[in-house]
Design a protein around this ligand. Structure first.
Ligand code: NAD
Ligand code: ZN
Length: 508
């Protein structure tokens, strides 16, 4: 996990809030100003008085860049409170944004003035506090806006601010993409580097309200156009794709413009493919609005449409940014949450035992922020290691070999079929590797996911599975578990597959 940087005016509560977040999340807290004082051997007030403000700014910038460049011990990044003027230094801002998520604690000048005593603050000495603060805030407003990924309203009880901030994260994927996770949408949806003049926002019926918020954030007018495509898999048809190309041509969408895909996996797959192919490739930003989209489909750069078969035409095309709003995910209808939770627990099974524990502990009422962050980290790490699906990426298919067959034969939603498929894979793992099958079944039951189904015959499922492209003379490649978090890819024969299917009620 990367750093959480807190920026904002003096009095916005960066240190109080930062300490609380660090304690809640078991992360190290650092106050950048105190580090500067420690290094200088005197207070900031003395530095400013004796050496001038420019000297202090220089020391502060060096400190920020040092903190940004260090990786602290342990997996979690630090929570770092910064001085109010940190945004005056472009190099420091760049370093913060690259090493984590930057949150701006924003409050009106009157509120800030009420919280501080002017005499302690060198830059306020002698001035009438509220009006001086208002002046400084006005001068820095656009700098805070540009520096921050998220603006957080700090004029609220500390608990509220802490709980919103605790969900903020930025996860870098090795392809140059960044995944931003926040309480809502970031105030700037497109990366700062984006030189776009126009954006085409692609959405589906269920994601339209979020797409409208995105359009508002991008600014009204001709610059951002909403294009709604048909729901679910119809979005990924060649007809929809052709219609979309027509719209882009009408819009005159150019090489420096951006495709923004707002929706479930169907939309992000389609939008990614359109971005990959329009003018031989333009920038894309994905805003997944389903849990499955957020933790799976939008991460890793696979795009595609359905021609003849599902996802048969596609391309690897990496979005410059993926934006995940926890608020949107928390309000999802139950069936979509349930489906997504199967992919979340899968991420835990293959690479994060603590994620599995978290899901067992909370069941369907799991803490969205933690679960999404952990599942995204798993997918980001696996795909970062292996962009072309040559090796490690295969472990993401845990539960999918038989799951896909069950999905088609039983007409079960993807996530539910994968849940059953994971139990079957766990049973084969038990037989071959001595794995305790209950360690997969119990968390799935706890989440309310199916672990058995009796509306299929083994022959029907096997016919589909054996058509699978991964079949070779030695059998079918399948992901098995030696332990939770310890997957192996092995060849399994038909007898093993039948054993797995029997374990989930598919016998005959
Ligand atoms: N590229 C990849 O690596 C990858 C990985 C996994 C899955 N996928 C693809 O993802 C697709 C499945 O994704 P999905 O399950 O998100 O399905 P989906 O995109 O079809 O969306 C499911 C439903 O949710 C609705 N919806 C979307 N956002 C909503 C919201 N905020 N509130 C209420 N309803 C909302 C949609 O309108 C739709 O009816 C498949 O096409 C699959 O092939 C791709
Ligand atoms: Zn899946």
């Amino acid at each position: 996990m990367e750093n959480l940087w807190l920026i904002g005016m003096m009095g916005s509560g960066k240190s109080t809030v930062g300490r609380r977040i660090a304690a809640t999340m078991d992360r190290e807290f650092v106050d950048a100003d105190s580090m500067v004082e420690e290094r200088a051997g005197k207070s900031i007030a003395s530095v400013v008085e004796e050496q001038g403000e420019a000297a202090f700014r220089e020391m502060e910038s060096a400190e920020i860049r040092r903190l940004a460049g260090e990786s602290p011990s342990g997996a979690a990044g630090r929570v770092i409170a910064t001085g109010g003027g940190v945004v005056l230094d472009p190099a420091g801002v760049e370093a913060m944004r690259r090493s984590g998520v930057v949150a701006w604690l924003d409050a009106p000048a009157g509120v800030l003035a009420g919280r501080i005593r002017g005499e302690d603050r060198p830059l306020l000495a002698g001035a009438e506090v509220a009006s001086r603060l208002a002046e400084i805030l006005a001068g820095r407003h656009s700098l805070y806006t540009q520096a921050a990924h998220y603006r957080i309203d700090a004029d609220r009880p500390v608990d509220r601010v802490v709980s919103e901030l605790a969900g903020c994260a930025r996860i870098a994927v090795d392809d140059g993409s960044e995944v931003l996770i926040g309480p809502g949408l970031p105030h700037r949806v497109l990366p700062a580097s984006s030189g776009r003049e126009q954006a085409a926002i692609i959405c589906q019926p269920g994601s339209r309200p979020v797409a409208e918020s995105v359009r508002e954030l991008l600014g009204s007018g001709a610059g951002a156009t909403l294009v709604e495509v048909p729901d679910r898999e119809e979005a990924k048809s060649i007809e929809t794709l052709a219609g979309l190309y027509d719209r882009l041509a009408d819009l005159n969408l150019g090489r420096h413009d951006t495709i923004v895909g707002v929706g479930g996996g169907a939309v992000t797959d389609l939008a990614g493919f359109v971005a990959a192919t329009w003018l031989r490739g333009i920038e894309s930003v994905l805003v997944p609005t389903t849990l499955l989209g957020a933790i799976d489909a939008s991460i890793g750069g696979k795009t595609g449409i359905n021609v003849m078969g599902k996802n048969l035409v596609g391309s690897f095309w990496h979005p410059s940014r993926v934006v995940i709003s926890l608020d949107v995910l928390s309000r999802l209808p139950e069936p979509l949450l349930l489906e997504g939770s199967a992919e979340a627990v899968k991420a835990g099974f293959i690479a994060d035992p603590e994620l599995v524990e978290l899901l067992i502990k909370h069941g369907p009422a799991f803490p969205m922020a933690d679960v999404v962050r952990r599942a995204v980290v798993v997918k980001a790490e696996v795909v970062s290691e292996d962009f072309r699906e040559t090796g490690r990426r295969a472990i993401l298919n845990f539960g999918h070999t038989l799951g896909h067959g069950i999905e088609v034969v039983c007409g079960l939603p993807h996530g539910l079929a994968v849940a059953v498929g994971m139990v079957a894979a766990a049973a084969i793992s038990a037989d071959r590797l001595g794995f305790d099958e209950a360690r997969v079944r119990v968390p799935l039951e706890r989440l309310g996911l199916p672990t058995r189904i009796d509306t299929a015959t083994p022959d029907a499922v096997l016919r589909l599975v054996q058509r699978d492209k991964k079949r070779t003379a030695s059998g079918i490649r399948m992901v098995l578990l030696r332990e939770i978090g310890d997957p192996v890819v092995e060849y399994v024969d038909e007898a093993a597959l039948r054993l797995g299917l029997a374990a989930v009620g598919i016998t005959g």
